[in-house]
Design a protein around this ligand. Structure first.
Ligand code: B1M
Length: 223
């Protein structure tokens, strides 16, 4: 894969100089990325690291994948390296966060057909960090399972994540089923393919990133 993806040329460019965290993630160097993240966290804020290094690295691998320059195993190793970085960020967030009082319950899921959960997991950690109790249903969750959980938990807010154009219909259907509940919760939607307009169209509140998700939660629970 490296040969066909012209990785040797790239490797030459970085020979003799230190890799950046973004490069370590993009190349799927899990151990290296985790170690660099630990060091950087001594002087960089966790969420800034997500925005400035983790997301750009995955965007780069995603673009290479789309152009046929990277393949699924590389996408997977980059995702694993990103997860190692996020584990380090989570540790520091846990040390800073005040979790003792729950400000309210939020049900969270990646929609049916979609197994991308890195973004959802970031949103979950940030919401927990802000003091919310998050019921995480995981990934590839059916509209019925989301609705059943919202009902069972009596959660005023449900968060849905989708990363693919092909799974947007599942998000729409889930939102539709949630709206049809007797006491419908507010629905917050996010993920790289979701736009403000799309969110409005399906009756959801649009969260661009994890910080925006926390802002929305604040507003919903203040009501
Ligand atoms: Co895949 N993948 N992938 N992938 N993958 C994309 C999404 C893709 C755009 C790549 C590309 O072609 N350029 C493309 C989708 C194309 C489309 O739209 N149709 C794609 C594809 C095609 C696929 C497969 C189909 C590949 C295959 O099997 N042939 C397959 C899908 C399987 C399935 O889901 N059924 C697949 C698999 C995978 C991996 C398993 C290898 C891995 C996922 C690992 C995992 O999640 N555990 C993976 C990865 C890593 C990506 C990319 C490279 C990165 C996604 C990511 O984690 N970004 C992605 C390309 C890209 O995004 N540029 C791609 C970082 C993450 C922090 O950002 O999730 O956007 P994001 O979250 C942000 C915000 O969006 C927001 O907050 C987060 C933090 O700021 N947010 C929310 C997200 N959810 C939110 C919810 C909220 C609020 C905010 O409230 C509820």
């Amino acid at each position: 894969i490296a040969r066909f993806a012209e990785a040797p040329a790239e490797a030459k460019q970085t020979e003799g100089r230190r890799l950046s965290l973004q490069e370590a993630i993009a190349r799927g160097l899990r151990g290296e990325a985790g170690r660099m993240a630990r060091e950087m966290l001594e002087h960089t804020e966790g969420l800034a690291m997500v925005e400035e290094h983790l997301i750009p690295a995955l965007d780069q691998v995603g673009a290479d994948y789309e152009m046929g320059r990277a393949f699924l195993p590389q996408l997977l190793s980059a995702a694993q390296a990103a997860q190692a970085v996020f584990e380090e960020i989570k540790k520091t967030l846990a040390e800073q966060g005040g979790r003792s009082v729950s400000k309210g319950k939020i049900v969270l899921a990646t929609v049916q057909g979609d197994i991308h959960d890195i973004g959802k997991n970031i949103v979950k950690t940030v919401l927990e960090n802000y003091g919310y109790q998050v019921i995480d249903l995981g990934k590839d969750v059916s509209p019925e399972a989301v609705t059943a959980a919202a009902e069972r938990e009596q959660a005023p807010l449900v968060g849905l994540s989708a990363l693919m154009t092909t799974t947007l219909p599942a998000m729409e259907e889930t939102a539709r089923q949630l709206r049809a509940m007797k006491n419908p919760p507010q629905v917050m939607v996010g993920g790289a393919v979701v736009t403000k307009e799309y969110a409005r169209r399906i009756g959801g509140l649009y969260a661009r990133d994890a910080r925006a998700a926390a802002e929305i939660a604040k507003e919903v629970f203040a009501e």
